[in-house]
Design a protein around this ligand. Structure first.
Ligand code: ADP
Length: 651
């Protein structure tokens, strides 16, 4: 069968210098282009970085300004003496030996407690005498009961406290309990021995209930006590507060993990008070914003001078976040950055964290701003901005890849085309050489015999006849050669017209074989023909005869030792096969496909110096196709070849 491998001569390559030149012409601009593209990408990347940095720097300024504005608004309210502060902050005015809080009752305890209205101790001296010295609790109870009806609330409160105590001493706990309950109703500013009467009432109730193991009641009273203490209901000093708070917590079996806001504010207030006292008499501190670390919480203190004292705003982290930072979050979002605040004095105490994955950072030191924190911003790499860069980069890379691909493809096609042209040029020069050679042999023979006839007029009849016959053979050979070239030329030009008419293939092949046999016998070859009956096909007799003749010619030409060429005609189903079999040199597998192309000659045909033009099989192929058939070859190098023409049977 026709192989698939190309004949090596058919894939002739362009000269190395040409390939090198093409490679240079392609590779150098390509490399330059890629380098430029890479530089462009680098620039694009640095531009992206620069834009991000600029944006983050601008955002840092905007955020600092926004926080400063938010704090300034609160400070203006402080200066104006505003009282309606949201939760988490307290405005305090330090005066000589006195602090004023706005709003009142937001801190758990205060550094200085104003003296509360109290009844003079002498009012109760008689009762206490009866109670302690005379040992007459009942009389004391009666006396205190009478005093408890006094129109003066401070006397009433003092009497009730003592009455409850005397009742407890007398073991009349239930009565004592109800007296304490009455005390709870007192105004929080009425005091007994410096302690607000209502606080004494609650505390007394709780201690009695604790002793009586009235758990349910104790819990409720302790809750009231605790909530009063934590909400700064009573103006207490720190020791007094902690005394009551410790008991309240114990009764409620509660230990708050977080420091309570009122306690933190109170401690901050105490710290500020101590600082103020250290500089006593009260000196107006310069207006400033600072951080105060109280029990692990970072409080912001903004202080300013006011008439008669110093005003300060003590803000808890919750207030800072909700009032000053949350509005700034919108600015940060708008600028597509995250921001964080760091206490420059305390390591890593950050109020807001910069999100992970942030690209590009900027920071403003606390010393460069009016803020108590250092502010850092980081780009959140907004998807749109990054996508634009990413898209541009991808387009660039795709463009570069496309250009590189085009350049490579172009060089490939150029090299291929040049290769083909070179191959064709070589084939044509081979062809010219082969044709010249083909012509030269019969012409030389013609000339020799003609010279002989002219120069030797006395030549015998036999010799003369031999000379004429040789001349005739050479002339026929020349004629066939010219006809075959003309035929090929017509085929190439597409001018060869085939007139297909029904004919008996048996007759046609036999005729060709008979004609050929007479020529081949001289070279020692014989042709055997076998057929199995009449087969009608549509054929152009002349063309098909040429095809069979070409195969026979090759069979003889490529068989150095004389032998019998076998020609067979066999019908197979709807086809008829004409086979031409020789026992010659055979054809290597990698040449079997290419030999059917024009000008293609086998390697062995050349090396053995066998004459030929490389057109014979190309013509066979063309003719057989015109007859709607196909030609194929089976061969074994050194053993011979079998060419088969398969044609469709008519009808
Ligand atoms: P040419 O015979 O003029 O070279 P062809 O087209 O007839 O041209 O044949 C092409 C090539 O095929 C030959 O050069 C030869 O190498 C090979 N070839 C054709 N027929 C035979 C055959 N019967 N035996 C061996 N090789 C053959």
């Amino acid at each position: 069968m026709r192989g698939t491998a190309m004949c090596p001569r058919g894939s002739a390559r362009p000269p190395r210098t040409l390939v090198a030149l093409i490679v240079c012409v392609t590779v150098v601009p390509l490399a330059t282009l890629l380098w430029l593209g890479w530089r462009l990408l680098e620039q694009d990347r640095s531009l992206e970085g620069q834009q991000t940095r600029q944006r983050v720097e601008r955002a840092a300024d905007l955020i600092v300004a926004a926080i400063e504005r938010a704090i300034a608004t609160s400070e203006q309210r402080l200066a104006a003496g505003a009282a309606d502060w949201p939760d988490g902050v307290v405005a305090v005015t330090f005066r000589t030996r006195r602090v004023e809080l706005l709003p009142a009752g937001r801190v758990a305890f205060v550094p200085v407690v104003p003296s509360l209205p109290e009844a003079p101790a002498g009012v109760f001296a008689r009762g206490e005498d009866l109670e302690f010295r005379a040992g007459e609790p009942a009389a004391a109870v009666a006396l205190f009961t009478r005093l408890a009806r006094s129109p003066d609330p401070s006397v009433r409160a003092g009497a009730l406290v003592r009455l409850a105590r005397a009742l407890r001493g007398a073991g009349r706990h239930d009565e004592a309990l109800s007296v304490y309950a009455g005390l709870r109703a007192f105004d929080d500013v009425v005091a007994v021995n410096g302690v607000p009467a209502s606080l004494i009432g609650l505390y007394g109730q709780a201690t009695l209930l604790e002793r009586a193991r009235g758990d349910a009641g104790l819990r409720a009273v302790a809750d009231d006590l605790a909530s009063g203490l934590h909400s700064g209901r009573w103006v207490l000093t720190a020791p007094m507060y902690w005394l009551y708070a410790a008991d309240a917590d114990r009764w409620r079996a509660e230990q708050s993990p977080e420091p309570r806001q009122a306690e933190v504010l109170a401690e901050a207030l105490g710290a500020l008070w101590n600082r103020q006292s250290a500089t006593a008499p009260l000196v107006a501190a310069p207006p400033r914003r600072e951080l105060l670390s109280i029990r692990g919480q970072s409080l912001v203190v903004s202080s300013q001078v006011s008439e008669g004292g110093v005003r300060a705003l003590i803000a808890t982290p919750a207030f800072v976040r909700s009032q000053w930072l949350d509005p700034v979050t919108a600015v940060a979002r708008e600028q597509q950055v995250a921001f964080s605040l760091t206490d420059p004095t305390g390591p890593g105490s950050s109020t807001s964290s910069v999100e992970p994955g942030a690209v590009g950072r900027a920071s403003r030191a606390a010393t460069d701003t009016t803020l108590p924190w250092s502010v850092s911003t980081a780009s959140l790499a907004p998807p749109v901005e990054r996508m634009a860069f990413e898209l541009r980069r991808r387009v660039l890379i795709a463009g570069l890849a496309l250009v590189a691909l085009l350049a490579l493809a172009a060089s490939y096609f150029i090299i291929r085309a040049v290769g083909r042209e070179t191959a064709v040029a070589r084939l044509q020069s081979d062809f010219v050489a082969a044709v010249s050679h083909e012509f030269r042999t019969p012409l030389t023979s013609l000339r020799q015999f003609t010279d002989m006839l002219i120069e030797q007029p006395a030549l015998g009849e036999d010799r003369r006849r031999q000379a004429y016959e040789a001349q005739s053979r050479s002339t026929s050979r020349l004629t066939r050669l010219v006809e075959s070239l003309l035929d090929f030329g017509r085929m190439e030009a597409g001018a060869r017209r085939y007139r297909l008419e029904p004919c008996d293939l048996n007759d046609l092949v036999r005729r060709v074989v008979d004609d050929f046999r007479s020529q081949s016998l001289q070279s020692g070859h014989d042709v055997a023909f076998s057929a199995n009956g009449r087969v009608v096909v549509d054929s152009d007799d002349e063309a098909l005869s040429r095809a069979v003749h070409n195969l026979l010619e090759n069979a003889v030409k490529y068989s150095p030792t004389p032998h019998t060429v076998e020609v067979g005609l066999a019908r197979l189903d709807r086809d008829v096969h004409i086979t031409v079999r020789d026992h010659g040199i055979g054809i290597p597998a990698d040449e079997r496909e290419a030999i059917f192309s024009k000008f293609q000659r086998g390697e062995q045909a050349r090396t053995l110096g066998i004459m030929g033009t490389g057109l014979g099989l190309a013509m066979v192929d063309e003719i057989v196709r015109a007859h709607h058939g196909r030609v194929s070859v089976e061969s074994e190098p050194g053993k011979g070849s079998t060419f088969t023409i398969a044609l469709p049977v008519k009808g």
